[in-house]
Design a protein. Structure first.
Length: 231
């Protein structure tokens, strides 16, 4: 069973429409739909926005649905000049850019008193996702790299510059690293798939509204294609 998490309704509705839904259950205000998608057993859920919602959602998938892996699909802001709106980023790893215990001597992003703060994605699955994306989305570029997360929508060029230079991330969003941490602590493989909706700078608000729909179309095509590839 694969757990698939999207933060917003627009990120999961197309996938839900394509599902053969066998059961649904609401836990902690989140509705979990279980069934098959592209012939693969999945549980699909909208977590809500932000790291707390995302981590709670991932833990529920582990505890109540015994998922064997977790995918987090959605949209993000680009941190690299080469990554354009509509392109896709597939995670190599993930960390939280707003984890800040610098006062106590920790580097930015480091979680105090925890051995791991940067969480590696499933390498074989990430490689397969790269192959599939090139096939199902030939009109865009796909990148593999670091996803950075924080409880803020980055729409300031100075903040973007700091995040990019400090963490070397390819894109920024608000859930992935929290899901990655929960999956890691539960010993479950994960993968973050992100379509770029904006440039995470002073144009972000305008770009996001304009390009959200197209970015999600690319993400749905990748998710369905990846499921078919592993079926």
């Amino acid at each position: 069973m694969i757990g698939i998490i999207g933060a917003m309704e627009v990120e999961v509705e197309k996938l839900r429409e394509a599902m053969v839904i066998e059961a649904s259950k609401t836990i902690a205000g989140m509705t979990f739909y279980s069934g098959t998608l592209s012939g693969v057993p999945v549980t699909l859920v909208r977590s809500g926005i932000g790291k707390v919602n995302a981590a709670m959602c991932a833990q529920i998938l582990c505890d109540c649905f015994q998922v064997s892996m977790i995918w987090n699909t959605g949209i993000a802001g680009s941190l690299c000049a080469d990554i354009n709106i509509g392109d896709i980023v597939i995670s190599k790893d993930a960390l939280q850019h707003d984890m800040d215990a610098v006062y106590f001597g920790y580097a930015p992003g480091v979680i105090p008193q925890q051995e791991v703060s940067t969480f590696p994605a499933d390498e074989a699955l990430a490689t397969k996702a790269m192959e599939v994306c090139k096939s199902v989305n030939p009109d865009i570029s796909v990148f593999s790299g670091r996803v950075v997360s924080g409880d803020q929508f980055v729409a300031d060029k100075d903040k973007k510059k700091w995040i990019s230079e400090t963490f070397g991330g390819m894109c920024t969003e608000m859930e992935g690293a929290a899901i990655a941490q929960a999956a890691y602590l539960n010993g479950i493989p994960f993968l973050i798939l992100r379509a770029i909706s904006d440039k995470a700078d002073d144009s972000a608000t305008m770009d996001y509204t304009t390009f959200e729909k197209k970015a999600i179309e690319h993400m749905v095509q990748l998710t369905l294609g990846l499921l078919k590839a592993i079926a």
